[in-house]
Ligand binder design. Sequence first.
Ligand code: 5GP
Ligand code: ZN
Length: 115
Amino acid sequence: MDCLFCKIIAGEIPSSKVYEDEYIYAFKDINPEAPCHVLVIPKKHIASMDEITKENSIYVAKIFEKIPEIAKLGGANNGYRVISNCGADAGQTVFHLHYHVIGGTELPIHVFPEK
Ligand code: 5GP
Ligand code: ZN
């Protein structure tokens, strides 16, 4: 399958690993928007949040069980934000489910800063 993040999981494309277990892989975003910007992905190909089902949601549960530890490993020691862009309007660019874990600095509260 021609999926960038499946290739990263397989080690075919190098990445800066933060955490890995049977279910999940976490690595530094190549274009970080904050001092801590880690992507957490399931080791099973799920295209987006729209594709989460009863059968594969164990991967999502495992991701969220580990996010507090991954945030600390990534350098967010004073809070963090979790974002998942789903579909065109949200600007999803890689169609393998991923959660951005962002922190390590004070973050702007609003999606639209002028609000
Ligand atoms: P999206 O826009 O789909 O929510 O997020 C995709 C993220 O993947 C972006 O933040 C982008 O910087 C990151 N990204 C894209 N290609 C690579 C890559 O080859 N390696 C890493 N580490 N991150 C990538
Ligand atoms: Zn994939």
